[in-house]
Design a protein around this ligand. Structure first.
Ligand code: ZN
Ligand code: ZN
Ligand code: FE
Length: 753
């Protein structure tokens, strides 16, 4: 008889892993034990060599879908005095951190049960050890039903039998429920409440089919739905939500319906269909109502992930519905029933809700695929709180994140646990959510905060929050944190050429940075090159109104002569605005200097008249990207040097506009120029320093055109290139970078900057 000890690390807790081990051990006639520890699952098995071999093969092939194995270590062991196989109680429980699973889309077995099990026919809260809500309903650890939002629902006898039977699919599935004992939906319509679920389905789908709008309580918050093919409904939703131009995400009935409207690559299909069910940006091939994507050539698509979504699509006539976050402007997504009723009643014709609380608010995640790799733009439902594993300790550190698309991050052992999408902290309700979520993370993951890392910007509300927390703080430069986030993700700690390209981040010279070539490691950075400084007339206003940057670049390129340029952008400028802005730039009144890549994109979007006044964050660069024509290889000149100048580029663009070159071609040529600048600069820096690793981060790398070309061209030039995948390249990823820099500081007891 052979005996082995096995230590498995990864996401192996809260996803039905121990019952799975039990089943494959019993199936292969092995005796032994399995238990959860801080850092994974421990197994001891004993039996014949061949049976053990089959056990390992089952382990590899049949692991639960939501689990992910990082490593399997196998040791020889002394045989145990044990008959049969047992799940033993978790060993160290004191300061234990059990991985909390993200929420998981309903599985196919449950969808089948929903049509066959008597107590679960069309029951919309069906779930099992492989699927269902997790993070959104968990209040504390250990992960037991009493500590989740399922606590008020007492299991019926049937559910309890399944829950207690180790061979059942619902063994220890904490949210197990059925129509007898579990949560229920109700529909609020014109002050009436409908409780019969069949009637609810008929009524809800009737509203959608007749062009109405319904608010639907989802996994991590409320969403608002309407038929994505009904122009009037979509426009009405847009105007009542006061959302001018930002595209809506669409949920499709099934994969085939997505394929009818969008082109899908193999990797995109996998991403779209994964149990995490993110919104995936796909290239559109057939249009929905024009108000859905607002002129962009990509569409945010997702597949059903809750039983109720499947049940609605069984009945509703359309095969796609707009499903947008249920919130008022910049506020966090609504989670509370009564608040949703009062705030959404003017937007929605009816509100579909259920009587189980959402404890942890969690908006949908968003990502896209470039160069065959999925990348997240918003990391929330389905991903949070999966940790990022690091090769060093980050214990007791909290990172506050940035300000606009905030996520924070807490350190536990060697794991960085990044929060769900929080949002724009300048909104009071969002700031409250931020503070509440930090407290909840500290409690849930038993974090004992010792160091709070934040941005250098003194006015970020996240910086102020950290300063008022009452523990030691460390301020980290924004772009250093961007690069460190990507280094952490790829487990790089040696010096790299860091490219931080984004909209805004305070630099150590007091100017606003955002087009930076940094020689970086965790200990600090040297600013090797950067984009030439230019005035941002109006300060923060210039970040929203692209025409201000267009004017600033033209003024720098031509002096006051720019006013005589015969191009539509200049012709449309208001004379009074022009003289005010020129004065502001000359006298340096509220005109901070910036090296931002985002502002350069704004300027080009404005000068080409693509977008002069964005209605949502980064609209101008996104519109410019969306226009870029494919298969254009030309580019524009630029000025090399310590400060890279785009003035020659701007002049060449103006000439192209005057010669009536298509805007889509100008956009492509500008993008190509941007790629060339980065490529040539990196090659120069690499030749000078001998560093062969380039790390790309910052919001500009959400530009698909840019990222695709740049990665390929850098690689052909012999530069190893790394970009953000698991965490967003935008400011939502900053917290991870702050955390690892903080850890370096703490672990080495050294000073930064
Ligand atoms: Zn299931
Ligand atoms: Zn039940
Ligand atoms: Fe940034």
């Amino acid at each position: 008889m052979t005996s082995k000890k096995i230590h498995i690390k990864g996401l192996v807790q809260g996803v039905g892993f121990r019952p799975f081990i039990y089943r494959i051990a019993v199936k292969n006639y092995l005796s032994g034990t399995v238990d959860n520890r801080n850092d994974g699952v421990f197994i001891q098995i004993q039996g014949s060599k061949n049976d053990i071999k089959n056990f390992f093969s089952d382990l590899e092939k049949e692991a639960p879908p939501a689990s992910s194995i990082d490593s399997v270590e196998v040791f020889e062991a002394e045989p145990l005095e044990i008959i049969g196989f047992e799940i033993v109680k978790s060993k160290n429980t004191s300061n234990e951190i059990t991985d909390v699973s993200p929420d998981i889309a309903v599985c196919n077995d449950c969808l089948a049960d929903m049509k066959t099990q008597a107590n679960r026919i069309n029951y919309p809260f069906i779930n099992c050890t492989n699927c269902g809500p997790r993070f959104t309903i968990i209040k504390d650890l250990p992960y037991d039903r009493e500590k989740t939002c399922m606590q008020p629902f007492i299991m019926c006898k049937d559910c309890n039998n399944e829950y207690s039977n180790i061979l059942d699919r619902r063994f220890h599935a904490q949210p197990v429920a059925c129509s007898v004992c579990g949560p229920k939906y109700s529909l609020i319509k014109e002050n009436c409440e409908i409780e019969d679920f069949h009637e609810i389905l008929c009524e809800t789908t009737e509203i959608i089919d007749t062009g109405g709008i319904v608010a639907i309580k989802g996994m991590g918050g409320f969403f608002i739905a309407c038929d994505a093919k009904n122009k009037e409904a979509v426009n009405r939703l847009r105007s009542s939500k006061e959302r001018e131009n930002k595209p809506f995400a669409v949920m499709f009935k099934n994969y085939e319906s997505v394929a009818e409207y969008c082109n899908i690559s193999e990797e995109e299909a996998k991403f779209l269909q994964s149990w995490r069910r993110p919104i995936v940006l796909l290239e559109t091939k057939k249009s929905l109502a024009s108000g859905v994507s607002m002129g962009f050539k990509t569409l945010g698509t997702m597949l059903p992930y809750m039983p109720v979504h499947y049940l609605l699509f069984e009945k509703v006539k359309t095969n796609c519905i707009v499903l947008t976050s249920g919130n008022i402007s910049d506020e966090p997504i609504l989670i509370d029933n009564s608040e949703a009723i009062s705030k959404l009643k003017n937007i929605a014709d009816a509100i579909l809700l259920y009587n189980r609380e959402i404890y942890n608010r969690n908006d949908d995640s968003v990502g896209f695929v470039i160069n065959k790799k999925p990348r997240l733009i918003r990391r929330s439902r389905g991903f949070v709180p999966n940790p990022i594993n690091l090769p060093f300790s980050v214990d007791g550190i909290i990172a506050s994140g940035a300000e606009l698309v905030n996520c924070f991050c807490v350190g536990k052992g060697n794991q960085a646990i990044i929060s769900q999408h929080i949002g724009d902290l300048k909104n009071a309700a969002t700031l409250e959510f931020y503070s509440e979520a930090i407290n909840r993370f500290n409690k849930l993951f038993r974090v004992k905060p010792e160091l709070f890392v934040c941005d250098l910007h003194p006015d970020y509300l996240s910086t102020r929050f950290a300063q008022n927390f009452g523990i030691e703080i460390l301020q980290v430069q924004h772009h250093h944190a961007h690069i460190a986030s990507c280094m952490a993700e790829h487990k790089i700690s040696d010096k790299v050429i860091g490219l931080a390209m984004d909209g805004t981040g305070l630099g150590i010279d007091g100017n606003i940075w955002g087009g930076e070539f940094l020689l970086t490691d965790f200990s600090g950075f040297e600013r090797e090159r950067h984009f030439e400084y230019i005035a941002m007339p109006g300060g923060d206003k210039a970040a929203k109104q692209a025409w201000r940057m267009g004017l600033s670049y033209l003024y720098k390129a031509y002096g006051k002569e720019f006013l005589n340029l015969d191009i539509p952008f200049v012709r449309n400028l208001n004379e009074k605005d022009c003289s005010l802005l020129i004065q502001a730039i000359d006298k340096k009144i509220n005109s901070p200097l910036t090296s931002s890549a985002g502002r350069l994109f704004d300027a080009v979007a404005a000068i080409t008249n693509v977008c002069t006044n964005g209605t949502f964050h980064a609209e101008a660069p996104m519109r410019l990207e969306s226009l870029a024509k494919e298969n254009i290889t030309e580019n524009y000149p630029y000025g090399k040097g310590k400060e890279i100048s785009f003035i020659p580029t701007i002049k060449a663009i103006v000439n192209d506009i005057k010669s009536n070159v298509e805007t889509s071609v100008i956009s492509a040529k500008f993008h190509n120029t941007f790629v060339k600048v980065i490529l040539e600069t990196i090659i120069e820096i690499s030749a000078k320093t001998g560093i062969k690793k380039a790390v790309l981060s910052g919001g500009s790398f959400q530009n698909r055109y840019l990222l695709q070309k740049l990665e390929n061209m850098l690689e052909t030039s012999g530069i190893q290139v790394f970009s953000n995948e698991k965490i967003p390249a935008n400011d939502a990823g900053i917290a991870l970078g702050q955390l690892v820099i903080g850890a370096f500081f703490k672990n080495n007891n050294c000073k930064l900057h």
